[in-house]
Write a protein that binds this ligand. Structure first.
Ligand SMILES: CC[C@@H](NC(=O)c1cc2[nH]nc(NC(=O)c3ccc(N4CCN(C)CC4)cc3)c2s1)c1ccccc1
Length: 268
């Protein structure tokens, strides 16, 4: 039968990440010694921002997604003041941190190609279930035991940096023009963001980099960017087929998985 979960079921370890809304801790389930990540949300914060329904919807969405490149949400429970989400532990941290540690803050085309293929796999699965992630960015891409991508944090963004490190909270860099312009949008927003992430993996910069958010919004709505010459023509071709203003003209996840640059780097 279904177990009843409580905080007492876990030994709590170090804090893995945090924002003003939520904190994530390393945790070990006492009976099985199974290591998880415990995401803790304060009910009063959620109530203040009328996010109860969103939290329930996001939990419901993520609990039903089972894919090797999507971080599992195993269970959730709550007590009088907090909601707890029992998440899969990704032992190699985030792609955001890994990117910062690389020389020139960028990956080789081989590494980038494998990551983009795995993100496209995860998006194909999500989109087949009509789930839009809406927040694809390196900070929401974690790494499993074998350095495989684990797409995390469905529609639930971290608000306000609590750690001094410049996390990517509230960044506009990955937003699609339709979202920036407040238009209706579909799952193609994730393919735009994948294009921005692919560009960043290969160059160490974002395509619409600008000192202020107004400037970024303007550049995004124009969709104008240039790709440095050290990026291969095949990779450039994929980026130019994802960072496209018209959502319906963007490649879909299958189109990404069948692109020559991806086929070249897919480990299989
Ligand atoms: C995706 C953001 C979201 N995070 C999760 O849900 C998260 C869920 C989840 N599962 N496992 C994680 N792993 C880590 O956070 C982690 C970080 C650094 C690690 N190190 C490994 C070795 N290395 C040498 C140094 C670093 C290892 C694991 C995270 S984060 C979030 C949401 C709200 C508040 C904070 C964070």
């Amino acid at each position: 039968g279904e177990r009843v979960w409580s905080l007492a079921s876990f030994d709590i370890g170090r804090r893995l990440g945090g924002g003003s809304f939520a904190n994530v801790f390393l945790a070990r389930e006492k009976k099985s010694k199974f290591i998880v990540a415990l995401k803790v949300l304060l009910k009063k914060d959620i109530k203040q921002k009328n996010l109860e329904l969103q939290v329930i919807r996001e939990i419901d969405i993520q609990a039903h997604l089972i894919h090797p490149n999507i971080l599992r949400l195993y269970e959730y429970f709550h007590d009088e003041s907090r909601i707890y989400m029992i998440l899969e532990f990704a032992p190699k941290g985030s792609v955001y941190s890994k990117l910062l540690e690389c020389p020139n803050k960028r990956f080789s085309e081989g590494v980038a190609g494998v990551y983009v293929a795995q993100i496209a796999d995860a998006l194909h699965y999500c989109h087949s279930k009509k789930v839009i992630h809406r927040d694809i960015k390196p900070g929401n891409l974690l790494l499993g035991q074998n350095e495989e991508i684990k797409l995390a944090d469905f529609g639930w963004s971290v608000h306000g940096p609590s750690s001094r490190r410049s996390t990517q909270c509230g960044t506009l860099d990955y937003l699609s023009p339709e979202v920036v312009l407040g238009k209706t949008y579909n799952e193609k927003v994730d393919l735009w963001s994948l294009g921005v992430v692919c560009y960043e993996f290969l160059t160490g910069k974002t395509p619409f980099d600008c000192s202020n958010s107004h400037g970024i919004c303007k550049k995004i709505s124009k969709g104008q960017f240039s790709v440095p010459s050290f990026v291969s023509n095949e990779a450039k071709d994929l980026i130019r087929k994802l960072i496209v203003l018209e959502p319906d003209s963007r490649l879909d996840s299958i189109g990404v998985l069948e692109h020559p640059w991806i086929l070249k780097h897919k480990t299989s």
